[in-house]
Design a protein around this ligand. Structure first.
Ligand SMILES: *Cc1c(COP(=O)(O)O)cnc(C)c1O
Length: 716
């Protein structure tokens, strides 16, 4: 599989090191992280924990040394054996439970995948969820392949400038330093794939990414055969205008189905993660109609074997296109489905919210897929209300949209320091059955001191990472003192540290905690019980209100009466998220209910013993159990948005002042906050086994994939 021409020759004894470096399995495998670190710790750090990059720079002598180092070789052989077992899937949950279906394929289509910072093809929660879904599918042996894009300019990197404003920087992606292998491209020796749609040809390079046993295929239009404007099509994630967006989505859905066929992969089930990929439904129907089925027969088959997950109750979060754009791209296409123009447009027709109608990708996906879900219990309910108009004959409760609550990939998000503590107390093999609630009951037996000490260590790490970033931007980019001040150099390791990091969409109300400055300042400047807040997050470059929230936080963070106690970390990504969710004391979330579909960052925090303080929305509506964190709940629904914001803010200050702060600072003679540690343990115990992708992917398999496979098998 060493088919990247630039891969260097290795000593034969360690030839498969390239495989370990290129399979993202290493990212959640403790042993492989340490094997790369062992080879060259300095280089490992310098390469930003990117083994592909590191492999290119390792000195020849060092490779020969480790090829003769028995300690290294023992780990190396052990890891490869485990990797081979993983890829074989023989002992996996899925194959043991459904041996008759082991050779089926489920194709998972997503516009973004958050797997590792060396592959910048995600913007936030949706992508990280897709990445975690793939990692878990590998752990469980679910036969999944992923379909998505390489975006050569990725999602933007965020800088906060001297005025406290967000600047978006697009850095070109280094193909040579990424964990990808060419499938269709000149590098692969076969040239790009031709994709034809409505009489136009677009050439696609295709790259393979290995995620344990799961393979991802990423399409890329940046090839020289394409016209300059077509090369740009996949340049940025969520970067273009509506025209770029529809063409990306045509490639994702229709191109993706054709790509799989070209690869000889015939998926039994397709899973559209979000409406972005909904055109895949049309293409699957087209293939069947071309084989002689009527549209209705084809649609019935496709419905039975397609899963669709909707991800947001925010109306603007659903892609919709004006009908003329659909006509322009699909006028040669609907005939191949045996549909008229009117019948075709009706598949996606939906009110546009301004008295007119347009072609809505979620409506299209909901009409044509037979297995539909929201991403938390509350979001399932909200989605049934939101899409009632598609099934007007029945009641809201009869709308056929269920829910599968999101989770996080436990091995990826648990801090190594805690992983070791859990191994000591839950059993060395806890990772093998980490969705068993009984296992987590043992967390209550961890000595308070041990858990508290690890937590303080992780908090120190976060503050250290922040200080190092400030030092670097001070020395390298010569940022001004005010910008340096707002990056958190004066954060106090003993203050109660609140973490708030997410996309800066207005419904997430990042400024809620600033509603009453007098009360906030009282908390921050308390002499004996000080509180501080760490913020991070990006606003989409076109989201002006979101961007002004960032600016406002950075402005407030410079005010004399709070300066030093409010910090904003630049460029929120999976790495920043990793340090934050384990390094703060409490995780704050203040969405305008019920607009948070699920949220997953709070689940990551819980897993690391960081309790949530959140509106009862999304996953926390299910997760909150009094003893495992706090609810921000005024106890009533206000008549207007403003009144609700005021009531929620008041409830937030009340719970901080009367419960959170006193409990955190209630120390015994050894300085341990016993009551707080108990809440930390409850957060871990109650949430870790439930809000994980282990539980989530099993649910997708049992409720969605297997019934779909059975329906397909029934017709064969
Ligand atoms: C987990 C994660 C998210 C999702 O967090 P929410 O709680 O859904 O806002 C977003 N971005 C990054 C980088 C993450 O790691």
């Amino acid at each position: 599989m060493n088919n990247i021409p630039t891969d260097r020759a290795l000593p034969p004894r360690i030839e498969r090191l390239h495989e370990l470096a290129r399979n993202l399995w290493w990212t959640w495998q403790t042993g492989s992280r340490s094997i790369f670190k062992y080879i060259d710790k300095g280089l490992w750090e310098a390469c930003n924990h990117n083994p592909v990059k590191m492999m290119k720079q390792l000195p020849e002598e060092r490779l020969h040394e480790v090829a003769n180092d028995p300690v290294f070789l023992r780990n190396y052989d052990g890891l490869l054996e485990t990797l081979d077992d993983t890829i074989e899937r023989r002992e996996s949950w899925f194959v043991r439970r459904y041996p008759e279906h082991r050779d089926r394929t489920i194709a998972y289509f997503s516009a973004e995948f958050g797997l590792h910072i060396s592959l910048p093809i995600y913007s936030g929660g949706l992508g990280v969820l897709a990445g975690d879904h793939c990692k878990e599918a590998s752990d469980l042996g679910v036969p999944l392949v992923g379909i998505g894009f390489i975006y050569p300019l990725g999602y933007f990197k965020q800088r906060i400038n001297a005025e406290g404003r967000q600047e978006a920087i697009y850095e070109r992606f280094d193909y040579n330093a990424a964990p990808i292998e060419p499938v269709f491209s000149h590098e692969a020796g076969n040239g790009p794939l031709r994709f034809q749609m409505n009489g136009r040809v677009i050439h696609l390079a295709v790259w393979r990414v290995r995620v344990g046993a799961v393979t991802l295929y990423l399409m890329d239009t940046d090839v020289e055969e394409n016209e300059p404007w077509d090369r740009e099509l996949s340049a940025r994630l969520y970067g273009g205008d509506q025209e770029t967006r529809i063409r990306q989505e045509i490639i994702l859905g229709i191109g993706g189905v054709r790509l799989l066929h070209e690869l000889g992969i015939e998926p039994t089930v397709c899973h559209a993660n979000e409406g972005h990929a909904a055109f895949l439904l049309l293409e699957r129907i087209r293939v069947l109609v071309q084989q002689g089925l009527s549209f209705d027969e084809a649609a019935k088959q496709v419905r039975e074997t397609t899963v669709f997950t909707t991800h947001t109750p925010v109306p603007a979060g659903h892609d919709a296109f004006p009908f003329h754009m659909i006509e322009e791209h699909f006028s040669h296409y609907w005939g191949e489905l045996s549909l008229t123009r009117e019948e075709f447009l009706a598949l996606g027709e939906h009110p546009d919210g301004y008295g007119g109608k347009n072609f809505n990708m979620t409506a299209l996906a909901l009409r044509l897929s037979g297995r539909r879900n929201g991403v938390s219990r509350l979001h399932g309910q909200v989605s049934r209300e939101m899409w009632h108009s598609l099934w007007p004959e029945g009641t809201v409760d009869e709308v056929p949209i269920g829910h599968i609550t999101n989770g996080v990939h436990t091995p990826s998000w648990v801090a190594p320091e805690l992983e070791r503590l859990y191994s000591r107390h839950l059993g060395y093999d806890w990772r093998l059955h980490h969705d068993d609630p009984a296992l987590w009951d043992r967390v209550m037996e961890i000595p308070d001191e041990d858990l508290w000490n690890v937590h303080c260590e992780l908090k120190g790490l976060l503050l250290g990472v922040m200080r190092e970033r400030i030092r670097r931007s001070w020395t390298r980019d010569a940022v001004g003192p005010l910008r340096a001040l707002t990056a958190g150099p004066f954060l106090d390791p003993n203050a109660l540290t609140i973490g708030f990091a997410r996309r800066f969409a207005t419904y997430k109300r990042a400024l809620l905690i600033f509603s009453d400055l007098v009360r906030l300042i009282g908390l921050l400047n308390s002499e004996f019980k000080p509180v501080q807040i760490v913020f991070a997050g990006k606003a989409h470059p076109a989201d002006l209100p979101g961007r002004s929230l960032i600016q406002e936080i950075n402005r407030l963070a410079r005010e004399h009466n709070v300066a030093g106690r409010i910090a904003f970390i630049e460029d929120y990504d999976m790495r920043v998220a990793k340090y934050l969710v384990r390094g703060v004391d409490i995780w704050l979330n203040t969405p305008r209910r019920p607009l948070e579909a699920s949220g997953t960052s709070g689940q990551k925090a819980s897993l690391n013993g960081v309790p949530n303080l959140s509106i009862l929305d999304g996953w926390w509506f299910e997760g909150y159990q009094q003893v495992n964190g706090w609810a921000i709940d005024p106890g009533f629904t206000a008549p207007t948005e403003e009144a609700q914001d005021a009531a929620d803010a008041n409830a937030l200050y009340d719970v901080l002042e009367s419960q959170v702060v006193p409990l955190f600072f209630d120390r015994d003679s050894q300085g341990i906050p016993r009551g707080w540690v108990r809440t930390m343990k409850e957060a871990i115990r109650t949430n870790a086994p439930v809000f994980s992708t282990r539980r989530m992917v099993r649910e997708y398999a049992e409720k969605m994939y297997i019934p779909a496979i059975r329906a397909a098998a029934g017709r064969e």
